[in-house]
Design a protein around this ligand. Sequence first.
Ligand code: ADP
Ligand code: MG
Length: 364
Amino acid sequence: MAEIKVENAVKTFGDFVAVDNVSLTIHDQEFMVLLGPSGCGKTTLLRAIAGLGMVDSGRISIGGRDVTYLPPRSRNISMVFQSYAIFPHMKVYDNVAFGLRMRKVDKNDIDRRVRRASELLHIENMLDRYPSKMSGGQRQRVAVARAIAMQAGVLLMDEPLSNLDALLRLEMRAELKRLLAEIDVTTIYVTHDQIEALSMGDRIAVMRNGIIQQCDHPTKVYDLPSNQFVGGFIGNPPMNFMQGQVQRHNGSVKVAIGDFALEPANLYQPILRSYDGQPIVIGIRAENMETLNKPADDALKVQVQVVEPLGSQNLLTVKIGDDTVKVSTHPTFDVTPNSDVWLRFPADKIRWIDREKGQVLYPA
Ligand SMILES: Nc1ncnc2c1ncn2[C@@H]1O[C@H](COP(=O)(O)OP(=O)(O)O)[C@@H](O)[C@H]1O
Ligand SMILES: [Mg+2]
């Protein structure tokens, strides 16, 4: 059992709060991705879990054991860094064996574990080679093999693929996912790449300014973001945001975009009623609008500014009021720049956002 529990962790550097009262539980054998923009505190949090930087306050436990004040070697963890930190003058075999030798593991046991880890990473034929003669991708494999050979209950990875080129990253992403499913390990994987996070994580903890904004399954974080930041950070293109105005018509609430009125789903009527007469932010993803090439009562007329044919879709850029909005259409949808199209907003795809707080509003 290697459940990781972080409770109210705080880490400051002088006046700067890098990790701001973070609480997070990673289940035994879960693959948790820590996602957020550069500087949001991901590495600081990971280092605190590893024991490489002590928290100012709070508690960290691994497998039910309080490790808050224990040194890294007593925490049952292994780590892979962005800068692989492998030794170029040491053969691959010795690199993979390094941590085991440091711990004075029995020689036969080391050999068995080095070979097993190397097979998992497909580097079993390179054990006699020197990393200085290997490609970036191969060196990355050595670093991962070394971490895995330790057979620690917890694997901490800090942007392990960010030094690889795009194609190799794509390949290693799937490879790592396969590999980590094969071994019994609880993983925390740090990245600033939201695609990597969506594709790899069992769950994603989205971080900003030292605070976890949302922690949930990838589809939840994508479809039901907790706030505007998460919606805008995740997805390519990010979620669209538009200004609207809440208006009461007889019994029901509508939301005006200019002189067009959206009809919120029944579920959202009670929440929106309290915003009567006030502005609200409308969030919707590019693929969730329906595009028509002729008018309809329930569709908003917009002018197309840019058409980007992306193969599997055509991405349109349109202007709605002062907001620039991306709309994904089928590649066969016939459209040219400066032409008019009509957009339909399915009620269940719209996210209503409090303009001041940035909070997405959900029914209780
Ligand atoms: N040793 C340190 N001394 C002072 N500030 C630091 C130190 N380590 C990190 N920081 C600051 O803490 C913030 C979070 O850093 P970091 O955890 O590395 O972010 P991330 O990994 O998300 O990019 C950054 O603003 C960084 O400058
Ligand atoms: Mg970092």
